[in-house]
Design a binder for this molecule. Structure first.
Ligand code: SF4
Length: 753
């Protein structure tokens, strides 16, 4: 098939990680994620939001005036007696640091956790020059001993169980006592690393923040060894990306709580060390520790601040990648990501960085080829955007990088097949599979026009095999069945009769509701009419969601402009736009800001509603609830679409269903794992099902007594395959006409009261 990464090896790699590392990653990331929700609730959502806004402003301004801040930092550090070196790249940085270590006549070096030193492969450079290097952060120490790479920005050994670490340490260190508890492991590491710190000639730390005005650095840790690395050896080298500089200590305030709350759900970190090096603390001679001043105080302390560029100045000039530089490396985007929770950073990451934001970092630092290895694991669900303490639009960065990867590919044989046939704006080289999914609207038009033949042909074994080998569409997935009578055709054939309408509504015929799940569209029309609305279903094309998800931005932009041209006259005429598919309302409210002129975006954003949000509004404004069928206490198992949750729209559905008398059980699973085309792709099928398994486990015990409903097409398809076919959209339960012929999931058919 045409993707640059063959599907089979990638599928095998993901399957292997699901078998070996997934359990630990799941447990730990979900723990952090849940703790973050609790911590935000404890501090108050509004206060947290104020901190996020302030932090974002500080980062934007700091990156804007970065050259000036670098200059000020140099002035302050030199005035304090230290040295500043701005390294162009990894080689330059390593050359400088190894020279400092050699000039010290050092034998050994201790380090605290620092992703920036991982980025430049500092350990390799030091060891190549014959220096002993010891990581003193427990997680990094584990990784160092295991000779592995970090699987998470904050928890580098998050993928390892306590038992695995015990076995590793017992094999490598042959301790006198068994290390069969977390306490014993920690005590062993503390003693072992304590000795390394005492002996070291040079301590290397990172810096979470560098304060230009005073030349101070802030170290945020949970173990405390960073402070020891900075203050015990005679020479301290701090290594930080240039983006870590903020103007002064006054700007540190919002970050102090945000970083630990976002990372691990702690109100404050265990250690927040503020140092203005060279530190005044006397060096400690542990052989004379009982003497006043710990036998020290006469050492000539040295401090070197090494600021790393390594692609960052180019990222700053890049309008789209610039936002990556606001990242404070808290890992919340990874913890909130369903795919990351299942597979971890050894699949969802590049040379150094892991999780959603890794695409931006790796594209900027290593290049597009490294980002391409894992970029498709971001499904654009947007859950990370709300989690990010500096409000980075991580999915957008992923989309932009995906677009650049597509454009960077050499045209292949596939291009000869499709050139001039596909109605997109993409250049030669865009993989055939991306073009297939990105042009799904065209596929759907053809599918409906030729149904039921198209459905019968597509489901034959030959067709499925060809689709798998040519397009990488997994043969285990059921394909959508196209309706011959589209929603638009059905709506045109009706004669609605609503006199003196309370509202006039455009029901947006998204591709799925128009061609595949027409029943939910018909239900939406009937519900809105029952509540006194005039409804039109105009001929509007796709929102651009499908091409955008494949990184086909130019095509998405064209679709967005076309949809806007169709919708804006209705909005100007006083109509409301109502959307059934959550990923499309998310387009209107979020992504259109990037794809449309400001005025058009604002008008569509203001005038568009998710269907249950709109029904809720009608009921709040004297809508007649008795016009809708009552729930009569029937049980519902409801899963809200990830983008619907990100937009804060989940509760409208719950409230409406409860007001109608349903007993609603809502899943707290953030993502169903399907995510549009993602779950169809051969290499991601196992991962998609693994993510969905959590949702299935939540609903399975209730599935016999409750009707399973979901808001998104993907969620419905995934639940159909995980449980049993028959998942319905919530609007179908409100349909005054009802579907008395059906018994979804073995439950009683829905009836009018
Ligand atoms: S992108 Fe945001 S959430 Fe992710 S690591 Fe950076 S600061 Fe944290």
């Amino acid at each position: 098939m045409s993707e640059s990464t063959p599907t089979r090896p990638e599928a095998d790699r993901i399957r292997a990680l699901l078998e070996t590392e997934s359990d630990e990653i799941k447990e730990n990331t979900r723990l952090f994620n849940a703790a973050r929700y609790d911590a935000v609730e404890a501090v108050g959502a509004e206060t947290h939001e104020q901190y996020r806004t302030r932090a974002r402003e500080i980062k934007e301004k700091s990156i804007e005036r970065l050259p000036d801040l670098i200059h000020r930092t140099r002035t302050a550090v030199e005035a304090n007696g230290g040295t500043v070196y701005v390294a162009d790249d990894a080689e330059d940085a390593n050359r400088y640091i190894t020279r400092v270590v050699a000039d010290e006549g050092a034998d050994s070096v201790v380090k605290s956790k620092s992703m920036t030193t991982e980025e430049i492969d500092l350990n390799d450079a030091l060891e190549a020059d014959g220096f002993d290097v010891w990581e003193t952060d427990l997680g990094e120490f584990v990784i160092q001993v295991a000779e592995e790479s970090p699987s998470h920005i904050v928890g580098p050994s998050l993928h390892k169980s306590r038992e695995e670490i015990t076995a590793l340490f017992e094999r490598e260190f042959e301790p006198d006592e068994p290390l069969d508890s977390a306490q014993k492991l920690t005590a062993f590491a503390r003693e072992f690393l304590g000795e390394r710190i005492d002996e070291a000639d040079v301590g290397i730390t990172g810096a979470n923040f560098v304060m230009a005005e005073s030349g101070s650095i802030a170290l945020v840790t949970n173990e405390g060894n960073a402070r020891k690395c900075a203050s015990i050896p005679d020479t301290h080298v701090a290594v930080a990306g240039i983006e870590k500089i903020i103007p002064s200590i006054a700007e540190l305030e919002p970050f102090a709580g945000l970083i630990s709350r976002s990372a691990t759900g702690q109100d404050v970190p265990q250690y927040l060390s503020l140092l203005t090096p060279p530190v005044d603390t006397p060096t400690i001679d542990f052989d004379r520790a009982d003497e006043p001043g710990f036998g020290g105080g006469d050492a000539d302390r040295e401090f070197h601040l090494v600021l790393i560029d390594n692609g960052r100045r180019a990222m700053r000039r890049d309008e789209e990648l610039r936002e990556t530089l606001y990242c404070i490396r808290c890992g919340a985007c990874a913890n909130s990501c369903a795919n990351f929770q299942s597979v971890g950073g050894h699949a969802f990451g590049g040379e150094t960085y892991t999780g959603g934001i890794a695409t931006g970092w790796e594209a900027g630092i290593e290049g597009l080829d490294v980002a391409a290895e894992f970029n498709d694991l971001c499904t654009g669900c947007s859950r990370c955007v709300n989690a990010c303490p500096v409000k980075i639009d991580i999915p957008w960065i992923n989309t932009v990088v995906r677009d650049r990867i597509n454009r960077g590919k050499d045209p292949g044989f596939d291009d000869l097949l499709v050139d001039g046939l596909v109605p997109d704006e993409e250049g030669s080289g865009t993989p055939l599979r991306k073009r297939f999914f990105g042009n799904f609207e065209t596929v759907a038009r053809l599918g409906s026009a030729t149904a039921p033949l198209s459905n019968a042909l597509a489901s034959t074994g030959v067709a499925r095999k060809s689709m798998e080998s040519v397009l990488g569409v997994d043969a285990r997935r059921d394909l959508p069945a196209f309706e011959r009578t589209t929603l638009r055709k059905w709506a045109r054939s009706r004669d609605p009769n609503v006199e003196d309408p309370v509202r006039r509504v455009v029901l947006y015929p998204d591709v799925y509701t128009n061609h595949v799940r027409t029943e939910r569209g018909k239900a939406a029309v009937r519900v809105l009419e029952a509540l006194g609305c005039e409804v039109v279903v105009p001929d509007v094309g796709g929102s651009g969601r499908a091409p955008l998800s494949q990184g086909m931005i130019a095509t998405a932009e064209r679709k967005a402009r076309s949809a806007a041209e169709s919708l804006l006259p209705y909005l100007e005429d006083g109509y409301d736009v109502v959307v059934v598919e959550p990923s499309d309302i998310a387009m209107f409210r979020r992504e259109y800001e990037k794809l449309l002129p400001a005025g058009a975006y604002e008008r569509i954003d203001e005038g568009s509603y998710e269907i249950l949000e709109f029904v809720y509004g009608l009921l709040e404004n004297d809508g007649d609830i008795d016009a809708l069928p009552a729930g009569n206490g029937a049980g519902i198992a409801y899963h809200s679409h990830c983008q619907q949750r990100t937009l804060g729209l989940e509760s409208y559905t719950e409230t409406v269903l409860e007001r109608l008398g349903y007993d609603v059980l809502t899943s707290d699973v953030e993502c169903c794992g399907m995510a549009g085309s993602f779950g169809y792709k051969s290499e991601y099928y196992d991962l998609s099902m693994d993510v969905g398994e959590t949702l299935a486990e939540q609903f399975e015990p209730a599935a016999d007594e409750r009707t399973v409903v979901a808001s998104g097409t993907s969620c419905m398809e995934q639940l159909d395959s995980l449980l049993s076919p028959g998942t319905r959209h919530p609007i179908e339960l409100l349909d005054p006409v009802g579907r008395e012929d059906e018994t979804p999931n073995g439950t009683s058919p829905l009836r009018k009261s």
